[in-house]
Write a protein that binds this ligand. Structure first.
Ligand SMILES: Cc1cc2nc3c(=O)[nH]c(=O)nc-3n(C[C@H](O)[C@H](O)[C@H](O)COP(=O)(O)OP(=O)(O)OC[C@H]3O[C@@H](n4cnc5c(N)ncnc54)[C@H](O)[C@@H]3O)c2cc1C
Length: 399
């Protein structure tokens, strides 16, 4: 059988696209191919579980727009499905005088991005929200929340299947053959499948899938591992909700923070170290092809030359629990290394350009009968249902 739409990737973005297609275009046939034996095994199932407010992103960017609408749609979906979530709010804490102007800029940005009720706090007001946090000033963002994205993706998958969509797990895509003008034949470890339109939501492998489809995207995926610790249960009371440092505008994903998880527990992190493998969750995992692809990419070499000091610091903090704990102490001075236990890591798929720039916004590329999601970093989990809406709007109506 030839499907109308074939989606590669059973993370939250792929599953949201399948769900949206079956909602917007009832009667169409949808097939999702996922290489793992369960959905959401990579970025989606290994993230901080934060429902982002959208405060950080440049007004008018896809990130700002899709985070705002995606957040609302995600909350509606959780309500309908009875998925636990909590809008607990977060504090962004300035701990150095040089960070104070950024608090004011973020407050202004909250208004530009349509967030209501964000509040600047003086140092003495911080303990009203987080009794153990300390800083020179803070911003309280009430819209931020927490959820389990693995559970959200499982529910999206169940709905896709209920509406007649097909999800094939343990099917890794190994090749794509164009069948002009009718569509695509997709080769997998579990057989070949044909479709009239292909949508690539393969996360850490999205650039490779795009190349299989004949595209030559400028941007390439560089994997950055995010390592976490968890607070030992007896110290969880140090954190009520979410406590973040002021972001570095050049590297917004840097800066370890505290996150209360919706299922219980408090995670601390993540850092951002170059991963030796696209799905390398442990320091010892090195993939020959992945390392080669990173090293030969001109953008990576430029990035490394420009920011090697930051990279070296991240590597040091990755091997030194004491250094990791010192970063956390900037936000909660009482934290000690003995309070921290290692927690599972995640790997971010970050697209970088040949001139060594990290692609900040979401990035999509169109083929002749295909659409490729080439950069879907944080807050793509929050924004997934809105990203899906955008993608479906760009898909052809198949008669
Ligand atoms: C450490 C970390 C913390 C984060 N924190 C947050 C947060 O708190 N809030 C937030 O909104 N976002 C957060 N993010 C970002 C968010 O997790 C991602 O943006 C989002 O999960 C991307 O979803 P995806 O479906 O594009 O990718 P993925 O979840 O990676 O899914 C891609 C899927 O494609 C499959 N695939 C790949 N290649 C093939 C192939 N050849 N054949 C078949 N299948 C294939 C993979 O197995 C995978 O299941 C975080 C990310 C990380 C890594």
């Amino acid at each position: 059988m030839v499907s109308d739409f074939l989606i590669i990737g059973g993370g939250i973005v792929g599953m949201a696209v399948a769900h949206e297609l079956l909602t917007q275009r009832p009667g169409c046939t949808v097939l999702v191919l996922e290489k793992e034996a369960a959905p959401a095994q990579h970025q989606t199932g290994r993230n901080s579980g934060v429902i982002h407010s959208g405060i950080y992103y440049p007004p008018g960017s896809d990130k700002a727009r899709l985070c705002r609408t995606g957040r609302r749609r995600l909350i509606d979906f959780c309500e309908q499905q009875g998925i636990p979530y909590e809008l607990c709010g977060k504090l962004i804490v300035a701990t150095r005088p040089s960070e104070l102007p950024q608090i004011d800029r973020l407050l202004e940005r909250s208004r530009q991005n349509g967030l209501v009720g964000c509040r600047r706090l003086a140092a003495e007001q911080i303990p009203d929200y987080e009794p153990h946090a300390a800083g020179l000033a803070a911003l309280h963002v009430p819209q931020t929340g927490i959820v389990d994205y693995r559970l959200v993706t499982q529910r999206l998958m169940a709905q896709v299947q209920e509406r007649g969509g097909q999800v094939l797990l343990s099917h890794a895509v190994t090749g794509i053959v164009s069948m002009e003008p009718s569509g695509r034949r997709v080769l997998t470890t579990g057989g070949d499948y044909e479709a009239r339109f292909l949508i690539n939501c393969a996360g850490l492998h999205s650039d490779r899938i795009a190349r299989m489809d004949g595209l030559t995207p400028d941007a390439a995926i560089i994997p950055f591992r995010g390592e976490y610790f968890a607070l030992r249960p007896e110290f969880e009371s140090l954190v009520r909700h979410l406590i973040y440092p002021v972001p570095d505008s050049a590297f917004p994903f840097l800066g370890v923070h505290f996150t209360r998880m919706v299922g219980g527990g408090v995670e601390c992190g993540p850092n951002a170290v170059l991963a030796g493998k696209r799905e390398g969750y442990r320091k010892t995992e090195i993939g020959g092809r992945d390392v080669w692809d990173i090293l030969r990419h001109p953008g990576f070499r430029r990035l490394a030359r420009r920011y090697w000091r930051m990279g070296v610091f991240e590597m040091y903090r990755s091997v030194s629990k004491r250094a990791f704990s010192r970063s956390l102490q900037r936000l909660i001075p009482a934290v000690r290394p003995a309070m921290l236990i290692p927690a599972p890591a995640g790997v971010r798929a970050q697209a970088i350009t040949p001139d060594g720039r990290l692609v900040d916004d979401f990035l999509f590329a169109e083929g002749r009968q295909s659409l490729h999601v080439l950069n879907a970093p944080s807050p793509a989990a929050t924004a997934s249902l809105a990203i899906a809406e955008t993608i479906v709007r760009r898909c052809p109506i198949l008669a």
